[in-house]
Design a protein. Structure first.
Length: 479
């Protein structure tokens, strides 16, 4: 029995072939480390030809990092410089055991770093609940074309680079990459069309090196490893999302009560794929990276509602009259003369936008919102103390408030809850129309928590900003 025999053998025959022979101890250790994956893993390692090609795993790791598909230091490096070469069956077993340990370490780190990421499909999910009624004229188009194209590409026997580039240019992926770039805090390099196409080609490949790389980590190749592994489950999920407009109706029914009266809403929700970011929104579409929710509808549906509400915000929130294109920039900026006013206004807007979307997605107060209130007010105090030259410090404070569902989300959600409790669901949409200074001032007044009220300086600035947007309203008025 040698490595060529294992390479040619069907995986279900490998355990019997190795049990009781000279390699039995190594095989038992591999089964202990890799479980039910042991036979397929060993067969892949034995199929690496010539054996020295095993070093190409390091090239894949560096290659995805250079293209913006790496883990930004959040998850451990995978392939050591001293990885053995599987020249015979014994060394192939040693390599397989080593790779199984790497996978186990990867999954353990993933569970600690991104604990909400589902590693498998639930299969028994109850699906999409019955939608609430939606207003006449409201429509949400669900864009699943990009995910369908990826799944077709991963199943194809002739997955070529030109097709990979065509998929990477599809609207859902263009917008996903635009959002990643526009965030401002994701380090370079940022993935682009070339990088996504490179990931697609390797994800569709049946070369044993590529197969091993996909097995090592579901997030390899910008999470396309996950789609390759579970592509049959993803196809079934896409079918559920496509069934009779139920998903769109459910999302619209959830956000409609929180719109201003007599609003109209026609938009699009896109499904894409992308490492480290669950939901996103651009000036063109709301979006969700499908692998971060899979069929866990209890977790996924709030994200879809959150991102779609962002799109409603873009249509109704108080706009910068000097920015014509719809989107967050039109809401989070305003042509104040004083740079300190512009900075504070931007911070208030992000509290309003992320907080209200968080609340609408799941309008049940949680204890964390109280902590976020204190931390969020403290961040506004730091913005207030900056002088006119400290742009980098201002950006860092904003990033603190926003990064990884930072305190601005819970802070704004608590204010949203107060507004809705006071005036009903549509009052949240009206607050968006009146602008972030009103949203913050009114929400804080309704909370009435003197222990976390902003300082006199911050309160005065918020009042002046509000008076600039609503000159007919006294800056001291809280209603």
């Amino acid at each position: 029995m040698d490595r060529a025999d294992i390479a040619a053998m069907q995986p279900d025959r490998i355990p019997t072939a190795l049990a009781g022979g000279p390699s039995a101890n190594r095989w038992n250790e591999l089964e202990k480390q890799a479980g039910g994956h042991a036979a397929q893993l060993l067969r892949l390692v034995c199929r690496v030809d010539p054996p020295t090609r095993i070093a190409e795993l390091r090239n894949l790791e560096s290659g995805q990092g250079e293209r913006g598909a790496g883990f930004l230091g959040m998850l451990p490096d995978q392939i050591p410089d001293d990885l053995e070469t599987p020249t015979d069956l014994e060394s192939a077993l040693v390599v397989s055991i080593h790779l199984a340990k790497i996978r186990a370490a990867n999954l353990a780190a993933l569970g600690e770093t991104i604990p909400t990421y589902p590693l498998a499909f639930l299969q028994g999910s109850p699906g999409i609940p019955t939608p609430d009624p939606i207003p006449d004229g409201w429509r949400l188009d669900i864009d699943l074309e990009g995910i369908r194209a990826i799944l077709d590409f991963l199943d194809a026997k002739d997955a070529d680079e030109a097709t990979a580039h065509a998929i990477a240019r599809m609207p859902a992926f263009v917008e996903m990459m635009r959002h990643r770039r526009d965030l401002g805090y994701v380090p370079e390099p940022l993935i682009d069309e070339d990088g996504l196409a490179w990931c697609l080609v390797h994800a569709a490949s049946r070369d044993p090196i590529d197969e091993l790389w996909k097995w090592l980590h579901p997030h390899n190749l910008f999470d396309l490893s996950d789609l390759f592994t579970h592509r049959a489950d993803y196809r079934r999920l896409v079918d559920v999302f496509s069934d009779g407009g139920r998903l769109a109706a459910f999302i619209l029914g959830a956000i409609a009560p929180y719109a201003p009266p007599r609003s109209r809403f026609v938009d699009r929700l896109s499904f894409a794929v992308g490492w480290g970011i669950r939901g996103w929104a651009t000036e063109a579409t709301g979006g969700v990276n499908i692998e971060h929710g899979k069929d866990d509808f209890a977790s996924l549906l709030p994200t879809l509602i959150h991102e779609t509400y962002h799109r409603l915000q873009a249509a109704v929130a108080y706009p910068n009259p000097e920015v014509a294109k719809p989107g967050f920039e039109r809401i989070t900026s305003y042509p104040f003369d004083d740079v300190r006013d512009r900075r504070m206004y931007g911070a208030l807007c992000y509290v309003m936008l992320e907080g209200s979307a968080t609340y609408v997605a799941d309008p049940k107060p949680v204890p964390d919102w109280d902590d976020a209130l204190r931390t969020g007010v403290a961040l506004l105090e730091r913005v207030e103390t900056l002088d006119s030259e400290e742009d980098d410090a201002s950006d860092e404070i904003l990033n603190e408030g926003l990064r990884s569902n930072g305190p601005f989300y819970g802070f704004g959600a608590l204010l949203s809850h107060a507004l809705v409790e006071d005036g009903g669901p549509s009052h949240l949409g009206i607050a968006l129309q009146r602008g972030a200074p009103f949203f913050i001032a009114r929400g804080l007044a309704l909370l009435g928590n003197s222990n976390v009220m902003p300082s006199e300086a911050v309160g005065a600035r918020i009042g002046r900003l509000r008076a600039s947007l609503e000159p007919d309203v006294s800056s001291s008025e809280s209603g």
